[in-house]
Design a protein around this ligand. Structure first.
Ligand code: ADP
Ligand code: MG
Length: 621
């Protein structure tokens, strides 16, 4: 007898389950997609313990008759593809006919379904039917999957925390709601409602349900058409950005897909309007002949091949760019700009009396002239040798080796700080005498063996950073200040989850969130040392920090907070200082733990030794 046998159906279902049923979210996906395919206008999803205990999906779709209900659990049972030809014109979501069989094989399942004429109630365990009886006549399907992976403990071990698993399902439900605004969705977890859409076909209502009304209001619609494709959707104005690409949702003929080049086309459409590494919130619907979109690439069906891709990418980029250009407004940065004083105030300038040593000056000019004439005479060069421009010409000028310019621009602020913290910095800070200020940006200060240029903005950032680092390192309950008007913050359900999970860490840096409705929070008080007038922005930035890293380590969050606060309200460039202000700044700088670099790692001061200056003037060789 040969060795090859047809695999037992039960075993092959279990193997297929490994492919299709990865985690609770994949079960929710299959069940909700079936409900959508059945023509439902209302779909409710109830989860217990992120779905690991139970997942129940109730729809009001067409339901099944008894025969179909029994059939639906056999592998490759599908009512959706009858001929090979159908495979290339897929309009429905499910089409492999293996989801129910696979899910049933690794769980305990209850199916109550009716097409309005007869009702069926089935109970299964590990794919085997235990109970089969008539059910109620309510049209639609009520399917419960409990104890997922009860018979595949190895799979169960791979499950992450409840929050992670729930996060996947929320993401999924958000996408399903966005691709089906004509269906009313509800998602409840342990009795708490996480999403509700009204099913009236209004995408903006769905966006509001997901990202909060506040953000939805800052989104504008767009639409465009080419020979083969039609696109439409919503994008945020450039002032609303996120640190991750996850807020860009793409749907091709109603199916959620990931497509790197489409994402890139969207980001390119914003071109210079977006800060680096920030992304818009976008929902983009692409419609075209199903022949042009090949979805049968992977069982999870997220990848897609698009025909006539360049045409589509061009359409997307141009349509969105046009829209943004037409509605662009000045971003709401006024708050930040306030810290630059108006011109009238700047007129109150202290300027050092220029002390010119005429004799020395003449000597310098003479020497320069000498050099030139010698060169001309030697016909080595017709051009006079360039006079080194100390401030402007970076190529010719190397900062004195005492100060190291750390190239940390690309490292995240948190990492930078770690570098700085460990750095032993007890190099003595020079005793400096203020000479004056250049361009309202640099302080010139001298000492015996030369002079220093101090970047006043970097200096102030360093001083403030050390102040805030100390404050935020020990949030004192007595240093609180109540806000006249509480601040409110609106987030998406999954973001709210992350925030709830990190409530303590946020409190450790002075952000006291109080729950306020489904996924909103209020802040009624903050530490009194929060930079004044910037409280809202600081709190938003800190929340954003937690949302992007998703795991907030108090130590890192504190460092990030201190850096953030130090950047606010620091003296910006072009701000004229009095001599007293400059002296105070230098004194504070001298007392800093590390006066030589700003919190971002850039140098605070550059040393020009007398020797170097003399060399530049060719007084010494
Ligand atoms: P597929 O969706 O790929 O056809 P499934 O295993 O997910 O395969 O479902 C098998 C069949 O069961 C479907 O083709 C459909 O006829 C029926 N079915 C599943 N869920 C529902 C539902 N909620 N309402 C009506 N019919 C359903
Ligand atoms: Mg299906």
């Amino acid at each position: 007898m040969g060795n090859i046998q047809i695999m037992d159906e039960w075993l092959s279902n279990k193997i297929a389950a490994g492919e299709v049923v990865e985690r609770p979210a994949s079960v929710v996906k299959e069940l909700v997609e079936n409900a959508i395919d059945a023509g439902s206008t209302s779909i409710d999803v109830f989860l217990l313990e992120a779905g690991l205990t139970s997942i129940q999906v109730i729809d009001n779709g067409g339901g099944m008759d008894e025969e179909d209900a029994l059939m639906s659990f056999s592998r490759h049972a599908t009512s959706k593809i009858h001929q090979e030809h159908d495979l290339f014109r897929i309009r429905t979501l499910g089409f492999r006919g293996e989801a129910l069989a696979s899910i049933a094989s690794v769980s305990k399942m209850t199916l109550i379904t009716s097409n309005g004429e007869s009702g069926t109630h089935l109970e299964l365990e590990g794919g085997h039917i235990l109970t089969h009886k008539p059910g109620p006549l309510r049209k639609g399907t009520d399917l419960t999957v409990s104890q997922l992976f009860f018979n595949t403990p190895a799979r169960l071990k791979y499950m992450k925390t409840i929050q992670t698993e729930l996060g996947h399902t929320i993401d999924l439900m958000n996408r399903l709601a966005l691709s089906n605004p004509q269906i009313a969705f509800r998602l409840l977890h342990n009795g708490q409602q996480l999403l509700q859409t009204n099913g009236r076909g209004d995408v903006q209502q769905v966006l509001a349900a997901i990202y909060g009304i506040h953000n939805a209001k800052k989104m504008v619609s767009f639409q465009g058409e080419s020979h083969d494709y039609r696109i439409f959707g919503f994008v945020t104005l450039p002032e609303v950005t996120r640190a991750s690409k996850n807020y860009m949702s793409l749907f091709v003929n109603g199916r959620w897909v990931k497509h790197y080049l489409v994402q890139k086309a969207i980001v390119d459409a914003y071109h210079t309007y977006l800060p680096i590494e920030r992304f818009p919130i976008v929902v983009l619907y692409i419609e075209g002949d199903p022949y042009l979109t090949d979805v049968n690439v992977h069982p999870a069906k997220h990848q897609i091949r698009l025909s006539k891709e360049p045409e589509l990418l061009k359409l997307i980029e141009e349509t969105i760019r046009e829209k943004i250009r037409s509605v662009i407004r000045v971003p709401q940065m006024e708050k930040k700009e306030k810290s630059v004083k108006p011109v009238t105030e700047q007129l109150n300038i202290w300027k050092p009396a220029p002390k010119i040593d005429v004799e020395k000056m003449n000597a310098i000019v003479e020497k320069l002239y000498d050099v030139q004439t010698i060169q001309e005479n030697n016909q080595q060069s017709v051009e006079p040798e360039p006079i080194p421009d100390v401030v402007g010409d970076k190529d010719n000028w190397q900062p004195a080796p005492q100060i190291e310019t750390n190239e940390v621009e690309e490292v995240s602020i948190v990492e930078q700080q770690e570098v700085l913290e460990d750095e032993p910095t007890k190099e003595p800070f020079p005793e400096l005498e203020v000479v004056g200020q250049i361009h309202g940006t640099y302080i010139v200060a001298q000492m015996e063996d030369g002079f220093y240029l101090i970047d006043q903005h970097a200096a102030q950032e360093r001083i403030k950073y050390e102040f805030f680092r100390e404050k935020v390192g020990q949030v004192n309950p007595h240093e609180r200040q109540a806000l006249l008007l509480p601040l409110t913050f609106h987030y998406a359900a999954d973001e709210a989850l992350i925030l709830r999970e990190h409530k303590q860490e946020l409190e450790a840096v002075g952000v006291f969130l109080e729950e306020f409705g489904q996924s909103s929070f209020v802040v009624r008080e903050h530490p009194s040392w929060f930079p004044q007038g910037e409280e809202q922005e600081i709190i938003e930035d800190l929340i954003e920090q937690v949302l992007t890293t998703k795991k907030a380590d108090v130590k890192k969050l504190r460092e990030a907070a201190a850096i953030m606060m130090s950047c606010k309200k620091s003296i910006k460039a072009n701000h004229f200082l009095t001599k007293e202000q400059m002296e105070t700044l230098l004194r504070d700088l001298r007392n800093a733990d590390n006066p030589f670099t700003c919190p971002h790692g850039r140098p605070v001061l550059i040393h020009f030794t007398s020797y170097e200056v003399e060399k530049m003037f060719k007084r010494v060789m």
